[in-house]
Design a protein around this ligand. Structure first.
Ligand code: IPE
Ligand code: IPE
Ligand code: MG
Length: 252
């Protein structure tokens, strides 16, 4: 075997996941159930984001990654897309002070070039302003797609090494848009669907998956604790046998 699989490096496994990645789904259905317009669900979803960011920081989670807008979400009705864009702007305007004061480092990941210039500028400023914070890294994925991420990484890697004919998985890693973070330990999808929807395709290779029926606006600290509890029950074998995992635990 010429190149080893990049998943062979077994990460340290702690009781609390280091990195939690969430598909925040179910805003529209949350609203529809209450005879409200779908956008009311998105607005309520922002409150859930605020409380989950804080709950993660309090629990010692180092990285929280939220899927806010997928590369496929442009297919939605134009008025819903424009409300979502306005909501991003308002959140960036109103929440960055609080995030900064709370030690949150903000990263925005995705193909930002399709966004309004003003929104791009606000995102960049928010990142710069919070860059030195260390309590928790919050990544918001906007116009993000897992396949886009892999392709942009491959493109950069090949451009930088035009004469190379062979690449290893480890060589690609630094070009992925979340190269600064370890791979997610725990993936959560709210809203009842059991699919990845083109989220972090490369990085989820060995994440523990957790699906809940709870709609995103109802996802609170107690719901997060249920997900963490489920994570704690998992045996992360990374290809090994159960006996090997237990022996390693005894040895350490
Ligand atoms: C997730 O909630 C938020 C975004 C995709 C922006 P949805 O808007 O997908 O809510 P449902 O799935 O229609 O209930
Ligand atoms: C996934 O939710 C994207 C975000 C939460 C931003 P969707 O609701 O758009 O996913 P699908 O299309 O139902 O899979
Ligand atoms: Mg949805």
């Amino acid at each position: 075997m010429k190149h080893q699989s990049s998943t062979l490096a077994v990460p340290e496994i702690s009781a609390v996941p280091r990195h939690v990645a969430i598909i925040m789904d179910g805003n529209g259905r949350w609203a529809t159930k209450r005879f409200l317009p779908r956008v009311a669900g998105h607005a309520k979803g922002v409150d859930a984001v605020r409380s989950i960011v804080e709950a993660c920081a309090v629990r010692g989670i180092e990285f929280l990654t939220l899927f806010a807008f997928s590369s496929e979400n442009w297919r939605r009705p134009a008025d819903e897309v424009s409300v979502l864009m306005r909501l991003f702007m308002t959140v960036l305007e109103r929440e960055v002070d609080r995030m900064d004061a709370n030690g949150i480092r903000l990263k925005i990941v995705g193909d930002m070039s399709r966004f309004d210039a003003k929104l791009q500028e606000m995102a960049l400023k928010a990142e710069q302003r919070t860059a030195a914070n260390t309590r928790l890294t919050l990544t918001v994925c906007a116009n993000y797609g897992g396949r886009w991420d892999i392709m942009q990484a491959v493109g950069k890697m090949v451009r930088e090494q035009p004469d190379a004919t062979d690449f290893s998985e480890d060589q690609l890693q630094p070009y992925l848009s979340m190269a600064y973070a370890p791979e997610p330990d725990l993936f959560i999808r709210t809203g009842g669907e059991q699919r990845i929807s083109n989220f972090l395709l490369w990085q989820l290779a060995y994440s523990e998956l957790y699906f809940t029926e709870t709609f995103w606006p109802d996802f609170d600290a107690a719901a997060l604790d249920l997900a963490i509890e489920s994570y704690r029950q998992r045996e992360r074998r990374f290809g090994r046998t159960s006996a090997q995992v237990l022996n390693q635990k005894k040895a350490s």
